[in-house]
Design a protein around this ligand. Structure first.
Ligand SMILES: *Cc1c(COP(=O)(O)O)cnc(C)c1O
Length: 231
């Protein structure tokens, strides 16, 4: 990593934090969301630079790639979030190496993660991924499926459902972004009212974090605007 790249990375992180501050202030009815730095497709060296700025939470989407980084950075106190699509044969690696999983969208995966979470570790924090904007979205569960998973999770000792994650269809229109997010926020409020351990609403990425903050996000997931384009 050249000095120039390092300074660029630190400046980009600061810019994202500033966008979060400004939006949180502007729409102050909600608390400031926390930032998940999405490091998929970026090397461990970059993660380390962001970590040295005092940032601890990182998101990864591909299991093999993530495991290499978890290992390379094991001496750091990083809180790893898995945010990618989950295949059944990858649940053990996820249950053993992550603190959070944000992309759980079916019962089979939830059950496997619970069974495979090592007893020596604290409960795995789980966000259930809600499908938004129906059409051809491949990932995400319906509201009814989420309610069933949440009910089943009450008897699971290896994990704790903490809330919802969503990835709405891409849109460059602020009001349309807000419409999607508000739909999710409404369902989140319903869950939160009935379940005291629900406290996390993960929504908003590089292109729509302001709309997500306006709509009550408690965690934004930002990749590109911190780390640059993925190669
Ligand atoms: C890649 C990814 C992000 C980050 O997206 P950017 O547009 O690069 O900020 C956020 N959430 C999920 C689930 C992702 O896969």
């Amino acid at each position: 990593m050249t000095q120039l790249n390092k300074h660029q990375l630190i400046a980009d992180l600061a810019r994202v934090n500033q966008r979060i501050d400004v939006a949180s202030e502007q729409y102050q009815q909600f608390n400031k969301p926390r930032l998940l730095a999405v490091s998929k497709k970026h090397p461990a060296a970059k993660i380390k630079i962001i970590y040295e700025q005092g940032h601890k939470e990182f998101g990864e989407s591909y299991v093999q790639e993530a495991l290499a980084k978890v290992k390379a950075l094991s001496e750091l106190n990083i809180i790893w979030h898995f945010i990618g699509p989950i295949q059944s044969n990858k649940t053990r690696a996820i249950a053993e190496n992550f603190s959070w999983v944000q992309s759980v969208d079916r019962m089979k995966i939830l059950t496997r993660l619970n069974n495979q979470r090592p007893e020596s570790l604290p409960r795995l924090n789980v966000l259930l991924q809600l499908k938004v904007g129906d059409e051809n979205t491949k990932s995400g569960a319906s509201q009814n499926e989420i309610l069933s998973m949440l009910e089943a999770a009450k008897n699971m000792k290896g994990l704790q459902v903490r809330g919802l994650m969503c990835i709405p269809p891409p849109s460059s229109d602020f009001d349309e972004q807000c419409d999607y997010f508000l739909e999710v926020w409404n369902f989140y409020q319903q869950l939160k009212t009935a379940n005291s351990e629900i406290d996390t609403l993960s929504m908003g990425m590089s292109g729509d974090l302001e709309a997500a903050i306006k709509s009550g996000s408690t965690m934004v997931r930002v990749g590109t605007d911190i780390f640059g384009p993925r190669v």
